[in-house]
Design a binder for this molecule. Sequence first.
Ligand code: SF4
Ligand code: SF4
Length: 481
Amino acid sequence: MCHYHRAALALYLHPRLIRTRTASILCKSMKHHLDWSSYKTAGQGDAYAGIPATGGDFAKAVAVCISDKLCQRTPKGVMCPSFRATDDVAHSPGGRVVVLKAALNGELGKDAFADPGLAAAMELCVGCKGCKRECANQVDMAAIKIEYQAQRNAQRGVSYRDQLVASLPEWLHHRQAARALIHWRNRTPWLARLGESLLGISAKRQLPEPSVAAYSAPASHSVAEATDRDVILFVDTFAMHFDPEIAQAAHQVLTAAGYRVTTLQPSAYDEEPERALCCGRTYLSLGQVEAARREACRLQAALRPALATGTPIVGLEPSCILSLRDDHLKLGLGEEAVKLSKQVYLFEEFIAREHDRKRLSLDLKPLACGKTLVHGHCHQKAVGAMKSLRKVLRLIPEFEFEFIEASCCGMAGSFGLEAEHAEISMRMAEMDLLPALRAAPDATVLANGFSCRHQIREGVDRQAIHVALLLRDALDAESSC
Ligand code: SF4
Ligand code: SF4
């Protein structure tokens, strides 16, 4: 039975959990779901590192925290949205490390990854990577949470909700049925309530609705004849099924800038050639590492010719593209994954890079937008990609914009849609983002993240745009936002 059918069964079955894997054993040679070998020497020889007794290299990744409590300071920085929203050090990165260390030291018993105390510590981590960027020792709690979730899934099974959400790229393949169901659910309170009681999806939240038609790629060229004006456009699940106009705009802008754009298609050997390619992000963030690896392998196979010719790969969704550069290196996919991580760019990074190299010929005109407020996706901020965005926005003549100082918007993939997290998700959005938007009611809003745009729509009923749409509009004289 495929994920789609299994998830559909959830409408009829209870309880919420099924067991899908045998439990892994917590011991010195603990089975890891991610590859933590890059931490092999972390803390080695440091008497104060406090490396836990079990967990191998994963334990060393946890032990890079030096307990300086920087993440628990007030006034709070933007490091940890869950700490900021709860005012509780237990929900700071350092607070989580304390419980993880206890688990890996055997203090929570042999089924430590199923322990409610550890679940409580990890529950509100939204995987924003703020700690990786801001903490002095770059604790990567977002990756640690993926391993934790995978371990927990192995012990407790995967909830129907997590199966349903993670397999989004699969069931969106049946897009007309999916679209009709979501459309009906969003307009039918009793159905939304049923979804909440059976699956735990908040009835108070609207679900993003797939677009009428998926993105359809224009005719492409063979990368075997690649030139230095070729680019590969990777259209992720969200752009493909929800916001195809963003992919169309990116194609149009790159073409206008003089590039030969090829939209990435599944490889000739793909077992599901009709299904769109996906980076596996939805699986990964819910700890379904095997499924994420399967999606990553499909993507890698499709990219093999581009990797061989060195053709730049350009994508649109920060969480997808930056996964390829970061989390995918922990999937054990070998040298090709490393090569891909160095060859993949966010759309704005590619435009900024080409501009710096004096290879860009984009004839951009002023836009009648007024001031634009820019909300950066957490992962864009975590890798310092906001600089590129700033650079690209400056290419538009007379363009007036301002970056919003905010941490995670609180949607964080499906986190904000979960019944038990819907309220705190909105609290995170209310810390900085939504007040800043309300203070400028007429401003255009730019947000490159799919989840961020959804949270903004839910919070202040405004439609944020992707930078690709903005640049496309700026190609036309006297266009507005
Ligand atoms: S997570 Fe980072 S900032 Fe927080 S206590 Fe540990 S080292 Fe310090
Ligand atoms: S990833 Fe984000 S939410 Fe999780 S601990 Fe780090 S800063 Fe906090």
